[in-house]
Design a protein around this ligand. Structure first.
Ligand code: ATP
Length: 538
């Protein structure tokens, strides 16, 4: 377990904070057709999103890169696609029916619902000391100072929860007209509130105490009914993760897939969680897409080495699709917070504008899942070891990531606003999305310099048609060339090629190639353009 503690310390080297705000990202996503609210004409539907033309391309590219690197380019991993609604017994065996829940608290007045572990509260203490002491006490009040508890304050989790609680404590002291020094708030989350405290804690919705319920478990699986009956016997669930599909099909793949240990089964697909508080745009939604892989290993294999290798593989993969290393960090879950069967979980964290958050979880799950399904189904999930002549249940390492969280990360990391000079030397703002060519929704924009010159448009169309057979390309003949470049910068197109007079009048059939990031221009032939794409788009 030595490397886990090493990872913990790596986390403290805080990544560089991104300059971009979520407002910029949400505005760009809407303006350029990456992401829309679901059912927007009906006022939207909280926790659900639609991907527009560019978003759908970007998402598909992320999926394709993962599938190519994870499945097609490896000899030890196969891909499958399992159904979203599975036998309800799957979710009983996996533990989701009993335990896939978040603690929730209701406000009876506002009818709002909060996640109890994201709702913070603090006692407001005022010390009865004479003037001359410091303005507040930050230590836990000692018996040497007499203090008075004047009430409670509460706030929802944010980057400044503690400050907000402190401000509310000062307001309460003023409101109550109490003299003395205000204590520094000691915040706790609502799951730690005692039954006596619950009625005294104000609701974050109304600011008044008395309306919050005690925290209780809320199962996050969406239920549905299968068939014509809607009684208990027809209850089924939309899957909250894709992973169980790989466990349930383990034997099918083992018997038919010509695989041997160690090997992995991968899947990409939609998952559904009835999140109590969906938030941060597409970061936490109720319908999202996962890319998960179960890597099965021998029961005697060195699981920690394998775990470590997968953490590094995932980290490198994120870098390969354009996430800067400086925005990534690792978080090892403390041992006491792990499920009893878990050997270790490390999350790759990304520095989003709203804080450092989980992007990709890599869990060493022992043989818990296959063991559970063997027991519940009565079908052994063992394999035979030719060397030891023993049967055993394989262990597993599980890297699990959300496509939507990667998409949000690449938008946040790639977004920039810069001052640049136009042709006449005037300074103007350009918004640029520095997406990796691997995932950019449009790889090349083909631009005839003038719309009304047949020779230019004809040559541009011929190039466009040829490129289109292999790549996502865009043809744009409208407006001044500088504006056309800016439009492509904003959607992350790595290259523009302009078909100009030199193309048709000079020998060599060359075009102007303009690079998004440096804005540098150079001449390039068609063959060189294809070679450039071949090198960067894979
Ligand atoms: P969190 O702690 O953020 O709720 P989790 O630990 O429950 O996430 P896992 O069950 O490990 O997440 O799921 C694997 C991956 O699926 C996560 O790392 C994340 O990328 C993605 N994911 C999980 N829940 C959501 C969600 N509600 N919306 C979008 N992506 C999600």
């Amino acid at each position: 377990m030595g490397y886990l503690s090493l990872l913990m310390s790596a986390e403290s080297s805080a990544p560089v904070p991104p300059a971009v705000s979520m407002d910029n990202i949400v505005a760009l996503a809407k303006r350029r057709g990456f992401i829309f609210q679901s059912s927007e004409i009906y006022g939207g539907f909280n926790g659900f999103f639609d991907y527009g033309p560019l978003g759908a391309e970007l998402k598909k590219n992320i999926r394709d890169c993962w599938w190519n690197d994870m499945v097609r380019r490896r000899e030890d991993i196969v891909g499958i696609e399992t159904s979203i609604i599975m036998h309800p017994k799957v979710w009983e065996a996996s533990g989701h029916v009993a335990g896939f829940s978040d603690p929730m608290v209701d406000c009876k007045v506002s009818k709002q619902r909060f996640r109890a572990d994201q709702l913070f509260f603090a006692e407001v203490l005022v010390a009865n000391v004479s003037a001359g002491h410091s303005a507040s006490f930050s230590e836990k009040p000692s018996s040497a100072i007499s203090y008075e508890k004047i009430g409670y304050v509460s706030a929802l989790e944010s980057e400044r929860t503690k400050e907000e609680l402190q401000e509310k404590a000062a307001q309460l002291k003023r409101k109550k007209g109490v003299q003395g020094l205000l204590g520094d708030v000691q915040m706790k989350d609502f799951t730690a509130a005692t039954s006596a405290e619950v009625p005294l804690i104000p609701s974050p919705a109304t600011g008044e105490p008395g309306s919050l319920t005690e925290a209780r478990s809320f199962n996050m699986m969406f239920q549905t009914n299968v068939g014509a009956m809607t009684d208990a016997s027809s209850v089924a669930y939309l899957r909250p993760e894709t992973a169980q599909g790989m466990f349930v099909d383990f034997k099918n793949v083992w018997d038919t897939g010509r695989v041997k240990l160690p090997f992995g089964i991968a899947q990409i697909g939609k998952s559904f969680r009835n999140e109590i508080t969906p938030r941060n745009f597409i970061f936490r939604s109720r319908e999202f897409e996962q890319m998960e892989m179960e890597y099965f290993i021998h029961e005697d294999a060195d699981w920690s080495k394998c775990h470590q290798e997968w953490i590094e593989w995932c980290r490198q993969w994120l870098i390969s699709v354009g996430l800067p290393e400086s925005h990534l960090s690792l978080y090892a879950h403390p041992k006491e917070k792990l499920a009893f069967y878990s050997k270790g979980t490390v999350d790759i964290m990304f520095n989003y504008p709203f804080g450092v958050q989980e992007l990709w979880g890599i869990a060493a799950r022992g043989n818990y899942d296959l063991g559970q399904h063997a027991q519940a189904s009565g079908k052994p999930q063992e394999v035979f070891d030719e060397t030891t002549k023993k049967k055993f249940v394989p262990h597993v390492i599980e890297p699990a990531v959300g496509v939507d969280r990667i998409l949000l990360a690449v938008l946040c990391a790639g977004y920039a606003e810069e001052d640049v000079k136009d042709d006449k030397g005037n300074v103007e703002k350009r918004t640029v999305l520095r997406l990796s060519p691997r995932i950019a929704p449009v790889k090349v924009a083909v631009l005839p310099l003038l719309k009304n010159k047949e020779a230019l448009v004809g040559r541009a169309q011929a190039l466009y048609k040829k490129l289109q057979r292999r790549y996502a390309v865009f043809f744009d003949d409208g407006g001044n060339i500088g504006k056309r470049y800016r439009r492509q910068d904003e959607i992350g197109t790595p290259w523009c090629v302009t078909i100009d007079f030199e193309t048709i009048e000079q020998p060599g059939d060359t075009f102007t190639l303009r690079e998004r990031d440096s804005m540098a221009q150079r001449r390039i032939t068609e063959a060189e353009l294809f070679a450039l794409l071949e090198e960067h788009v894979y």
